[in-house]
Every structure is written in structure tokens, then in C-alpha cells.
Ligand binder design. Structure first.
Ligand SMILES: *Cc1c(COP(=O)(O)O)cnc(C)c1O
Length: 376
């Protein structure tokens, strides 16, 4: 290779780019990456440990490449939460839904094709597109972070994306998509794949349906989920999707050999047997979310309606100063979203009290930076 003048000889479009990732800081109250604050119970831990011990007896062998037992358990779970007869051959899994979505871009994106989403949205999406050499096209959300459906359809029809990424609820805004919007965009996309990223699906408010209900109607629809959020298993790295069998088959072409380790499969399977317990705090977290949104509004702040386990609030004249002020008081939240906004994950009642106390203190101590931006 000819000299590029820089070392190491990174692809040109990767030079100077900071790796993605929220700061991992050891502070008392961590409300920055939308984790579930409740650790698994002692019984669940014991069952996971036993399953992993059993898997360890055959770690000299490669794992089941088709993760058959796990697919069956994931399909069964989906059919308890919006799925209508999802079968194991309609389920695909990988190391987090981030890997699942990268695989979708690797299979369906590529040079000469584009992927599309609507900002503000999850900041990893353009990275999957970049890593899969796929052009990135971004539409925009309304000021209340909903989608203007006519404009969204027009953009899809104009750009003909190979992959449309639609998080519902959206991160970092918490906005859920109505099923009519999903159906309309699936139709507008033609043969393009429409991924509804339901990483926060289990937190949706009562009456908000899952896109899983639409799977029978649209062969290009993919609904992705993760065990990282509601399922309280972020450390295990297990994400998955449900879609037409042909889409699962296509992903096999790009997956790495034996991508899901025997330890991961055993962990996820054991955890799925504890689904009711692991998901048992979802209602409490939803309530805490609603209380947090109400409290923030009562402070005179703007807050996006949320169907997820976090709230986006603002708008601050200097959000970084507010973020730093909270951190100085032992509370880590996320500086993300449009300028002026901050995102807080929903933790335990004790953690939320600490957050509220710290924010009250910061707004008192630093009224200039905490001042609302002009709502124009
Ligand atoms: C957290 C999150 C995910 C899940 O990531 P994992 O890789 O499964 O941990 C996916 N999509 C969005 C929008 C998220 O916020």
C-alpha cells in the first residue's frame, strides 16, 4: 500500500473520529445509559451461574451456530409481548441489538445504497451505515419530535433507502411511532427493509402497540429488541429481531462463524426463564418515569413525552454546565440530543431523589446557565 502520510493507515473517513461511547465514570448515581437499575435476583443469578457452568463443560467445542434453543425461547417471549405467532425461524440474535443492526446494514446496505432515519435519533445509526459503506440520509423530526408522515413518506419515496431505521420509542427523545406510521413507511419503502428498533419497547405506555403486531402484513418489516434495557441484562450482550424467515436467512451470509458464544446463549436462555421477574420492575420504572416527567415540568422545564425509561429535558442556555454541575454532585446523566437538552435515565426512587435534589441545587447555584432558551 502506498504511503498515506498518516499512521496507522486508517480508512480516510475514519480518521480523527472519536470512538462512540458515553463516559463510564464511577459515581454514586449513574443515570446515563438507560440501564435497568435493578440487578437480577439471587435465584436468577444462581440459575445463570449453573447454566454457564454446564456450558463450560463443553467449551472445547464451538457453540450451536443456529442457537436453536435460544431462538425458541425468544420467539415464545415475543409472543407474550405483541408477537402473533412468531416462529423460531423468524428470530435472529447477536451480541446486542447493535450487532443485529450492523448485520442488517452489512446484508442490505453497501456501496450505491443508502440508509435513512429521522433526527434527532440514536447516534449509532450513521456509524452502522459508515461501517457498511452505505450512504447515510437523514430526515428531520418535528419540534415535538414526532414524524411528519407526509414528509417522511416523500423522503423515502425520493431516496429509495435500502434500510430505514425507525426507533420506537426513539432515543434520545422517548417518542413512540403509531402503527399507521410504521405501515405507511413499510409500504413507501417498497423492497427496502424497515427496521423498527424497539430497544425500549417494553416500556411503552398502555395503548401503544408494538410493531410486532404488523409483521404478518409487511414482508420488509424487521422488529428489533434487546435484553439490555427492560430485561435488565445489559452486561450479557444479547439483542435480537423478528422478521420474515427470508430476512433471517440473509443475515446468515454476513454473520461471523459462531458469533453467539455458548456462554452468551446459556446466560440468555437462563435469564429468559426468569422473564417475569426480570421484567417485574418495568411497571415501577414506568411510574417513576411519569413522576420524573411531571416533576421536571413543574420546575418549568420542557420535557419530551416519553414511552421509554428516560426523559429528555431542557432547554438550557449551557447544557454542559448543567451536566457538569450534576456530575459534581455525584449524578451522571447524558449530554445528548439537540443543543440545550439533556437526557436522564430512570433509576430507583432513591436515585431519582438524588437527581432531583442535585438539579434543584444546580439550577439555584447557576441560574444563568440553567436559564431556559428562548422557545422560538
Ligand atoms: C440501547 C439501545 C439499543 C440496544 O443496544 P444493545 O446493543 O442491545 O445493548 C438499541 N437501540 C437503541 C436506540 C438503544 O438506545
Amino acid at each position: 500500500m502506498a504511503s498515506t502520510g498518516t499512521w496507522p493507515p486508517l480508512r480516510e473517513e475514519l480518521r480523527g473520529i472519536e470512538p462512540y461511547g458515553a463516559p463510564q465514570l464511577d459515581v454514586p448515581v449513574q443515570l446515563n445509559v438507560n440501564e435497568n437499575p435493578y440487578a437480577p435476583s439471587a435465584e436468577c443469578v444462581a440459575d445463570i451461574a449453573a447454566a454457564v457452568a454446564d456450558a463450560a463443560t463443553s467449551l472445547n467445542r464451538y457453540p450451536d451456530r443456529e442457537f436453536t434453543a435460544l431462538r425458541e425461547a425468544l420467539a415464545a417471549y415475543l409472543n407474550t409481548d405483541g408477537g402473533r405467532g412468531v416462529t423460531p425461524d423468524q428470530v435472529w440474535a447477536a451480541n446486542g441489538s447493535n450487532e443485529v443492526m450492523l448485520q442488517l446494514l452489512q446484508a442490505f446496505g453497501g456501496p450505491g445504497r443508502c440508509a435513512l432515519s429521522f433526527a434527532p435519533t440514536y447516534s449509532m445509526y450513521p456509524e452502522y451505515a459508515r461501517d457498511a459503506m452505505t450512504e447515510w440520509v437523514v430526515g428531520h423530526r418535528e419540534t415535538d419530535f414526532s414524524l411528519d408522515l407526509d414528509a417522511a413518506r416523500a423522503l423515502v419515496e425520493e431516496r429509495r433507502p435500502a434500510v430505514v431505521l425507525l426507533p420506537s420509542p426513539n432515543n434520545p427523545t422517548g417518542t413512540a411511532l403509531p402503527p399507521e406510521a410504521v405501515s405507511m413507511l413499510c409500504e413507501a419503502a417498497g423492497d427496502g427493509i424497515v427496521v423498527v428498533d424497539e430497544a425500549y419497547g417494553e416500556f411503552r405506555r398502555a395503548g401503544t402497540p408494538s410493531a410486532l403486531e404488523l409483521l404478518d402484513r409487511h414482508r420488509n418489516l424487521v422488529v428489533s429488541r434487546t435484553m439490555s434495557k427492560a430485561f435488565a441484562l445489559a452486561g450479557a450482550r444479547l439483542g435480537y429481531f423478528a422478521a420474515a424467515r427470508e430476512i433471517c436467512d440473509a443475515i446468515r451470509v454476513v454473520r461471523l462463524p459462531y458469533h453467539l458464544s455458548a456462554v452468551t446463549q446459556a446466560t440468555a436462555l437462563a435469564a429468559l426463564q426468569h422473564a417475569p421477574e426480570l421484567l417485574g420492575n418495568v411497571d415501577a420504572l414506568r411510574k417513576e418515569r411519569d413522576l420524573t416527567v411531571d416533576w421536571l415540568r413543574a420546575q418549568g422545564l420542557e420535557v419530551a413525552d416519553s414511552d421509554a425509561n428516560f426523559a429528555l429535558f431542557g432547554r438550557f442556555a449551557d447544557r454542559h454546565a448543567v451536566w457538569q454541575g450534576l456530575l459534581d454532585r455525584g449524578v451522571l446523566i447524558r449530554e445528548t440530543g439537540p443543543d440545550g437538552w439533556l437526557r436522564v435515565s430512570v433509576g430507583t426512587p432513591e436515585e431519582m431523589t438524588a437527581f432531583k435534589d442535585a438539579l434543584t441545587d444546580v439550577m439555584k447555584a447557576d441560574p444563568v446557565n440553567a436559564q431556559q432558551k428562548d422557545l422560538t
